[in-house]
Structure formats: structure tokens, C-alpha cells
Design a protein around this ligand. Structure first.
Ligand code: GUE
Length: 306
């Protein structure tokens, strides 16, 4: 059996397709009702690190029937100018969602930008108010990569209640939100990070192991409990033996697949679902905006105004 056909491989493609098909239906209805969804991507400075992500966003948005527009800003822009641009997008009724691609240049405080996005347009779920909702178990608009990782775990059919989960990496955009999402689902969650004394000792206890640190092959077979599900969120660019560059995750897939019951490939695992969730979040944002709009003006008034 070839590696890619191995049933242990938890692939993201089918899950992403399912989500995108549902988004496509939603988007068509919204459009027919006069609310076409539109997603704006903001990149600042050197975009090499996000090019793949943005390219996939554009392609999948088109597939789903969501308008997609890229705004590229030069690295020399000030935080104030960017905030002003974001406020303009907040005020534009044609714009449904805004995603600020990371990283941004060091002189731009990313948190200030995220807080500038109106919570109703925050399709990444990174505004403090959005993150707060996760703590309150309101999970329908969560940070995309975190939500995608949890979707993949659910594909295993494992019962999340009481599941021993270990997350390696505590970033605000991935590790921390995964911890909150899984706590809401009833899992017992341990979060490891760069000050953890023995990542291996924790990892070996996990029924489900999430890894998001950006270190190729950090997780080896002897750090994984036999039968565990391993969700690899790392995206690292590596020069292969033949000199060509390729993407690898944070897990030593070849050895870990011998002990794990499920393992997510990179590429082809979490990545495609991340894009699908971003589009789904755009539809969630749109429905919240519509609810507010209709509560304020009423449907009839809107139609009359057109
Ligand atoms: N604000 C922000 N949020 C992010 O979530 C974020 C970000 N900034 N900056 C960059 C990283 C990276 N990232 C990826 C998501 C999907 C793929 C993806 O679709 N990957 C395909 C690759 C397919 C191909 O190579 O074409 C796969 O894994 O199969 C890649 C990378 C999100 N990130």
C-alpha cells in the first residue's frame, strides 16, 4: 500500500471539500438575497511566507462564490495608516470579512491591527472580543488553523469527552485557541511550550497530540503513545537532498506513522481545512451582519432603499 493510501493518514482534502460545498450553497442564497459575501486579504511587506495561503484563499473563495480582494501594503507603511485603511473597510458595507495575513513587519504591532478589525468582520477570530467568545464556549467563529485542527481530530471518531490531549506550542493563533476549543468539547488538555521540562513525557501520555511549533521532525516515534492521533500543524520549508525545496511539518512522519493510529500529512492535512474554515467564518460573519442589519432597518426598508 502506498503511503498516501494508508488509512492512518488523516487527509484534509475531503473535509475541506465538504465545508466548501456547504459554504457555496450559503453564499449563493445570500447573494440572491442581496448580500454577496466579500473577503478582503491584507498583506504588508514581504509576502513570501503567506503566498501559498493567499493563493489558496483566492482559489477556494472563487470556488465557493465569495468575492476575494487582495490589498497589498508596502513594508514602510505606518501602523496608523494601516489602521485607517482597516477602519475604511469596517465602514464599507460591501466588505464582509477582513483577514490580516501574518507575519507583518516588526514595526507594526499585530495586536493593534487585529483589534482595529470590527468584531463583526473578524473572520480570523483574532480580535480580543472573538477570542473571548471562545472562552465563553461560543465556538462558531474560531481562529481558522485551530478550528481546522480540531475538525481533523473529529474525523477520527474519537470521543473528545475526557480525551487526553497534549498540545505542543502555545501561540495565540494556534496552540491557545486549540486548547480552549478542546476544553469546550470536554477534553483534558495539557499545553507544552518552550519552558516545558519534558515535552516527551507529556506527549507520550496523549491520546491526541497537536504540534504547532515550526520545528521539522521535532516529534519522533518514541514521543508518541501507540494508537494516538497526531495532528501536525507545522509548515516548514526545507531543502531536500536533491536541492529542491519542500514543505514538511513538525512531526517525523515516517517513524511516527509506525506507532500512531492516525497522522495528518503535510501538505494535505490541516492546511486545506484552514482555508475552508476561513470561508465558513466569512459566512458566519455575514449572517451576524445581516441579523444586525435586519434588526436595525428591517428587511422591507432595505429593499425599498435599493
Ligand atoms: N493571519 C494569518 N492566519 C493564518 O492562518 C496564517 C497566516 N496569517 N500566515 C501564514 C500561515 C500559513 N497558513 C497556511 C494555511 C493553509 C495552507 C495550505 O493551504 N496548505 C496546503 C498547501 C497546498 C499547496 O502547496 O498549494 C496544504 O497544506 O496542503 C498553507 C499555509 C496560514 N497561516
Amino acid at each position: 500500500m502506498s503511503l498516501s493510501e494508508d488509512s492512518r493518514y488523516l487527509k484534509g482534502g475531503p473535509v475541506a471539500q465538504r465545508i466548501i460545498a456547504a459554504v457555496r450553497e450559503d453564499a449563493a442564497i445570500a447573494k440572491a438575497e442581496g448580500f454577496p459575501p466579500k473577503l478582503i486579504s491584507i498583506t504588508v511587506g514581504d509576502t513570501a511566507a503567506v503566498d501559498v495561503y493567499v493563493r489558496n484563499q483566492r482559489a477556494k473563495a472563487q470556488l465557493a462564490g465569495i468575492d476575494f480582494e487582495e490589498r497589498r501594503f508596502p513594508a514602510a507603511i505606518t501602523a496608523g495608516e494601516l489602521e485607517a485603511a482597516i477602519h475604511g473597510l469596517n465602514a464599507d458595507p460591501r466588505v464582509t470579512g477582513i483577514i490580516i495575513q501574518r507575519p507583518v513587519p516588526v514595526h507594526i504591532p499585530i495586536r493593534t491591527l487585529q483589534a482595529a478589525v470590527h468584531p463583526l468582520k473578524d473572520v480570523e477570530g483574532m480580535h480580543p472580543a472573538s477570542i473571548g467568545n471562545i472562552v465563553y464556549n461560543q465556538l462558531d467563529l474560531a481562529p481558522c488553523t485551530a478550528a481546522a485542527s480540531v475538525e481533523l481530530l473529529k474525523e477520527t471518531g474519537l470521543d473528545l469527552k475526557g480525551l487526553e490531549v497534549v498540545i505542543v506550542g502555545h501561540s495565540e493563533i494556534v496552540g491557545k485557541p486549540i486548547a480552549f476549543l478542546l476544553m469546550s468539547e470536554g477534553a483534558t488538555v495539557t499545553v507544552c511550550h518552550h519552558m516545558t521540562r519534558s515535552v516527551a513525557a507529556h506527549a507520550r501520555r496523549a491520546d491526541a497530540l497537536f504540534v504547532a511549533v515550526g520545528k521539522p521532525r521535532l516529534i519522533k516515534a518514541d514521543m508518541v503513545k501507540p494508537g494516538a492521533a497526531v495532528i501536525d500543524i507545522g509548515i516548514n520549508s526545507e531543502i531536500g537532498p536533491d536541492g529542491s525545496s519542500r514543505i514538511v511539518g513538525d512531526v517525523d512522519t515516517e517513524s511516527v506513522r509506525e506507532v500512531a493510529s492516525w497522522i495528518t500529512p503535510v501538505p494535505g492535512g490541516v492546511g486545506p481545512i484552514t482555508v475552508a474554515i476561513l470561508l465558513r467564518n466569512t459566512m458566519v460573519a455575514l449572517s451576524r451582519q445581516r441579523a444586525l442589519y435586519e434588526a436595525t432597518y428591517g428587511t422591507a426598508d432595505r429593499l425599498a432603499a435599493e
